[in-house]
Design a protein around this ligand. Structure first.
Ligand code: CA
Length: 238
């Protein structure tokens, strides 16, 4: 075990998956504790400090939902939720409970490792103080100056659109649920206002000239919410 090995708590009641994932993570240099039910997960979480929790949603004794809530009461450790195939509702539940990412079963161990590494990088980045000018080349979001420009031209945004854009753009790649955006952008957390976010996104896209069918920055995550991406430089383009 390397001194700086990242510590992962793996919670999954299907032994075959649990053992396979643990083996892959260990081979990749992680320090892993794995348990098969929710109660043991919380006990293990109390006992050690972890850099990440991989948490199955459907668990005996204490559900993944309850475990996630209990962990979030005391900790902001990154959590990846494992959900069954196609259960969109479960993914939303996971993200709204405070999980950072989710993975739909069946997944390949390589995919899991990629997600784990990406999330650890993102958490590291989020711990840095947020930049006050987000410069994405043709899109510049000046948070202190409350100004947005596309190709050097100032884009006139409402307060909500500005808040929406800065919320998403501060953490590229992070998926925000509509409920999270309602809270962050509108400042309240009533259910039923998720569609308001859709309208703000629609207006924001129109003002930025971002085509929803071929997005450059603002991506719809179907059945969940939205995320901002930094456009990749295409080395083939001139
Ligand atoms: Ca399960």
């Amino acid at each position: 075990m390397a001194a700086e090995a990242k510590r992962i708590l793996m919670v999954e009641d299907e032994k075959a998956i649990r053992d396979a994932v643990a083996a892959y993570l260990e081979r990749d240099g992680f320090w892993v504790r794995s348990v098969g039910d929710g109660q043991s997960a919380l006990e293990e979480f109390e006992r050690h400090s972890f850099d990440m929790v991989i948490l199955d949603l459907m668990l005996p004794k204490l559900s993944g939902e309850r475990v996630c809530r209990a962990i979030r009461d005391t900790s902001d450790v990154p959590i990846i939720m494992l959900t069954a195939k196609g259960e969109v509702e479960d993914r939303i539940v996971g993200l709204e409970l405070g999980a950072d990412d989710y993975l739909v079963k069946p997944f390949s161990p390589r995919e899991l490792i990629a997600r784990v590494r990406a999330l650890l990088r993102r958490v590291h980045y989020e711990q840095e103080p947020p930049m006050e000018v987000l410069d994405f080349g043709d899109l510049v979001v000046d948070i202190t100056g409350h100004k947005v420009t596309v190709d050097g031209k100032v884009v006139d945004l409402t307060a909500s659109e500005f808040k929406l854009l800065t919320t998403l753009a501060r953490y590229p790649g992070r998926v925000y649920t509509r409920m999270e955006l309602v809270e962050k952008v509108l400042g309240y957390d009533f259910e039923g206002y998720e569609r308001t976010i859709d309208s703000h996104v629609k207006n924001l896209r129109a003002k930025l000239g971002d085509d929803p069918r071929n997005p450059k920055w603002l991506y719809t995550v179907h059945g969940v919410g939205y995320r901002f991406e930094v456009p990749r430089k295409d080395p083939a383009a001139s």
